[in-house]
Design a protein around this ligand. Structure first.
Ligand SMILES: C[S@@+](CC[C@H](N)C(=O)[O-])C[C@H]1O[C@@H](n2cnc3c(N)ncnc32)[C@H](O)[C@@H]1O
Length: 187
């Protein structure tokens, strides 16, 4: 394989890289005072798979979040295997305004299973099918649906696709959004 192909292969691999919950926790604990009353949007994050989504569900009350949004891009491979949701396997957006109903005993925030339970049981109350538009497929951070959510969000948090990094950052600048993104050192 020549160099160009190798780079392309690496980029493709990076685009589908999933961030570990422990990595997210290590980084985000430095910003725990920055999320009070904020609307957070994870715009490259499948609601079922993303550990960013799980992190924010598990710290919703501790951080004092107002709302959590997430949009998935690729069809989730685990949606019907790991979750008992029995839904169409297509990209969804997620919008959560409270986790309180799912707290158990004296919990202040959900644990990992509680976060999963919320996504599973809330169903269509928090989930919307993404449709895409003439220019971009469902869940693309550049699609109209995604930009509408971006506009009402305060902080964008994710690990975006490496191959679209420039375009990704340009959009955050254009809409003057605060962001916390985890990425490749070279980015
Ligand atoms: C590096 S992965 C990280 C996934 C997730 N944010 C995480 O940290 O676990 C980048 C994600 O962006 C998605 N993606 C690729 N192109 C995209 C696009 N144009 N708009 C939105 N998401 C995209 C990929 O499917 C992949 O899930």
């Amino acid at each position: 394989m020549n160099n160009a192909n190798l780079h392309a292969a690496n980029r493709a691999k990076n685009d589908e890289f999933y961030t570990e919950l422990s990595e997210i926790e290590k980084e985000l604990k430095n910003y725990s005072d920055k999320f009070k009353d904020k609307v957070v949007f994870c715009n490259c994050d499948d609601p079922f798979e993303s550990n960013f989504v799980k992190y924010f569900l598990m710290h919703f009350n501790g951080l004092g979040l107002k709302e959590l949004y997430a949009t998935g891009y690729k069809i989730s491979s685990i949606v019907n295997a790991e979750y008992q949701v029995g839904i169409e396997n297509i990209p969804y957006s997620l919008c959560v305004t409270s986790t309180k109903e799912y707290l158990k005993g004296d919990q202040i925030d959900l644990d990992f299973n509680g976060a999963k339970e919320l996504v599973e049981k809330e169903g269509d109350r928090i989930r919307t099918k993404l449709l895409g538009d003439e220019k971009y497929v469902a869940g693309d951070f550049r699609s109209e649906e995604s930009i509408e959510i971006l506009k009402k969000s305060d902080i964008i948090v994710t690990n975006p696709p490496f191959s679209l990094f420039r375009e990704y950052i340009a959009q955050l600048m254009e809409y003057k959004k605060k962001f916390l993104i985890i990425g490749n050192k070279n980015a």
